[in-house]
Design a protein around this ligand. Structure first.
Ligand code: GLY
Ligand code: MN
Ligand code: MN
Length: 357
């Protein structure tokens, strides 16, 4: 079944009802490959991409199962959409209330007229995206392999005196050379005391002997993300940072081992928090334990105190506990994992024991 068929199925899309999608990640998912601008229209027996001439040929190549409609000076996207809806006799339009701005919605509403009922799509495409198909898993495994391989390749290049920014450039270049299409997100390099910033921006700080260095990075391949964090030591770290590392590693491996279909996201998050709190670092792990990954770097569900979803096979999700101590530093260890019936497969495979360079 194609992604657009899965959505029609989920929504029981009958005659008189259509879906319009503007979120680029949902457009990519539903068309199985279109990365340009515009919108996607789905009705019971029609599927179309409405775009401008910059993307017409690309859309035809990337999404051969979709009709491509090109806007012009006389007919903008909303007018083309209204035409299709009139031809299909659409009375109800499902739209992304979580994505369209009020202004964009008002313009769309103006073009399609007051007789059509507009109903929120309630993130139905995102719900489908939670369960990765075997072909999606194949691409994500490739992205994760490149990420793991890049970590192994970068280790001999990490030296006292190089800046965080230089390390970021090396790492990003290594992923591209290994076959990444790009980065899944901006690479994080946090050295020494900067390690207490979970989303540090790599800067001009020079790496020093005794630093812990957190590297959070991921390759993007075929439109899909990977996400991995490793923290290494440059020379012997201090006693307290060793204790932090052991704690985070213990929490991370415990949660990866516990990850399986049928488990509650909340409970997995709790496991990590209990280990970290029990070892004297209560309050030093402020973020959630993990997030699903796919076309977007951050997807649902989350491993978090706020998420009570039950994990299902085919969910790809990160496990990334961290401990952050201002003035001292921090440690985070993260893997991207595929949830299975009786456990999980860790897609990112780089070594997690403390590496002292
Ligand atoms: N790289 C961002 C995150 O781990 O969520
Ligand atoms: Mn990450
Ligand atoms: Mn992450």
């Amino acid at each position: 079944m194609t992604a657009s068929e899965r959505l029609r199925d989920l929504l029981h899309l009958g005659t008189g009802v259509a879906v319009v999608v503007h979120d680029p990640s949902n457009m990519f998912y539903l068309t199985e490959g279109y990365t340009g601008e515009g919108l996607v229209y789905l009705s019971a027996d029609r599927q179309a991409i409405i775009t401008d001439s910059r993307y017409t040929e690309a859309a035809e190549r990337m999404a051969p199962d979709f009709t491509v409609i090109t806007v012009d000076n006389a007919r903008d996207h909303n007018h083309c959409l209204a035409e299709l809806m009139r031809e299909d006799r659409i009375a109800e339009l499902r739209f992304e209330a979580n994505y369209l701005s009020v202004e964009s919605f008002d313009r769309l509403r103006g073009a399609i007229g007051e007789d059509v009922t507009c109903v929120p799509l309630e993130k139905a495409p995102q719900k489908l995206r939670e369960i990765k198909t075997p072909s999606e898993v194949l691409i994500m495994r490739k992205a994760a392999n490149i990420t793991s391989e890049a970590f192994r390749a970068i280790l001999p290049k990490i030296r006292v005196g190089m800046t965080e920014k230089e390390l970021q450039i090396e790492l990003d270049f290594t992923m591209l050379r290994l076959g990444a299409d790009g980065n899944a997100f901006d690479t994080i390099i946090a050295s020494g005391e900067n390690g207490s910033l979970p989303h540090a921006v790599p800067g001009s700080r020079k790496l020093c002997a005794g630093d812990m260095i957190t590297m959070d990075f991921g390759a993007k391949v075929g439109g899909y993300c990977s996400d991995m964090t490793r923290t290494v030591a440059l020379g012997q770290p201090g006693e307290e940072m060793r204790r932090v590392y052991d704690t985070v590693l213990r929490a991370q491996t415990l949660c990866v081992d516990a990850l399986a279909a049928g488990k509650n996201c909340y409970d997995i998050d709790r496991l990590a928090r209990d280990v970290i709190d029990a070892r004297g670092f209560a309050g030093r792990f402020g973020h959630g334990l993990g997030h699903a990954v796919g076309i977007d770097i951050h997807e649902e569900p989350r491993l978090s105190p706020k998420c009570h979803e039950i994990l299902r096979p085919g969910v790809v999700i990160t496990v990334e506990p961290g401990v952050y101590i201002p003035g001292l530093g921090g440690v985070r260890i993260e893997d991207t994992c595929l949830v299975k019936e009786n456990g999980c497969e860790t897609l990112t495979t780089a070594d997690k024991q403390l590496i002292i360079l």
